[in-house]
Design a protein around this ligand. Structure first.
Ligand code: OMP
Length: 267
């Protein structure tokens, strides 16, 4: 999907919401366990309930990989079920030496047809570039993450006093551009968005960390949005586990609607 097409979706729906499909068999409503593929049944209902309120879905691959071959099958079926209009992100946090990264890229872009994959920058240029070689596909590079551990390395200062996350962003912007490269910036660092927009004025940012991790939605929208929106704001547990019984999909919808309404005030 192109940046323009993504922006059009955002404008139409007045939403930059990404629903995280972090689907855990142990947290599914009991009545779904009678199906042969409960994970897929759950995702289907979540997608039906939220597709008019969001522009992207982000299955976190760990939740599927942990189930073995069955999990990969649930993932493939889920991807197939997501409407063409929606941007799809394989949250796999991959990155390895060049020839290995090429195969990771093939797995998510060729074998499966995701629009984007999350990539870890630590191994550098040859580990990221193979993902950028796929026409119409996106790298979402970890820059300033939402978790507590982001303090360990990402703020360490480099030459000219720039923190590591800034170096990651500036360097990666010489490898890709605003049409194929996004950055992960956690919603738990709302005070950083103004500065981050000076580094990357045009790139989309994938922003996880609202809801369960306590991030600041209004702050992110206020300081992070550009004239092309430039934000995909993710919520996983806050939406998909908003309810836990028969009515779980309706609860998920309400939770997505609550976020969309806030987004609509800015978009
Ligand atoms: P919730 O906290 O349940 O909304 O889930 C957040 C999702 O975003 C999980 O799938 C995380 O793996 C992912 N995530 C972060 O929470 N923090 C980050 O910095 C980066 C990601 C990500 O790359 O999506």
């Amino acid at each position: 999907m192109t940046r323009e097409a993504l922006f059009e979706q955002i404008q139409q729906k007045k939403s930059c919401l990404c629903v995280g499909l972090d689907t855990d068999l142990n947290r599914l409503p009991k009545h779904l366990l009678q199906y042969s593929d409960p994970i897929y049944e759950f995702n289907k209902r979540i997608i039906d309930a939220t597709k008019d309120l969001c522009v992207a879905y982000k299955p976190n691959i760990a939740f599927y990989e942990a189930m073995g071959a069955r999990g990969w099958e649930s993932l493939a079926k889920t991807l197939e079920y997501i409407p063409e209009t929606h941007f799809t992100i394989a949250d796999a946090k991959r990155g390895d030496i060049g020839n290995t990264s090429s195969l990771y890229a093939r797995a998510f872009f060729d074998t499966m047809d995701f629009d984007a994959v999350t990539v870890a920058p630590y191994m550098g240029e040859d580990s990221v570039k193979p993902f950028l070689e796929f026409e119409g596909k996106w790298v979402i590079l970890l820059a300033l993450t939402s978790n507590k551990g982001s303090q360990n390395f990402q703020f360490t200062t480099q030459e000219k006093n720039q923190p590591l996350y800034e170096k990651v962003m500036r360097t990666a912007m010489t490898w890709g551009n605003a049409e194929n490269l996004m950055f992960v910036i956690g919603a738990t660092h709302p005070e950083k968005f103004q500065e981050i927009r000076q580094i990357a004025p045009d790139n989309f940012l994938l922003v996880p960390g609202i809801g369960a991790q306590g991030g600041d939605l209004e702050g992110v929208l206020h300081h992070g949005a550009t004239d092309k929106c430039g934000l995909l704001i993710n919520s996983s547990r806050g939406i998909i586990y908003a309810g836990d019984g028969i009515g779980f999909a309706g609860k998920a919808q309400l939770s997505a609607l609550r976020l969309q309404k806030v987004m609509a005030t800015t978009l």
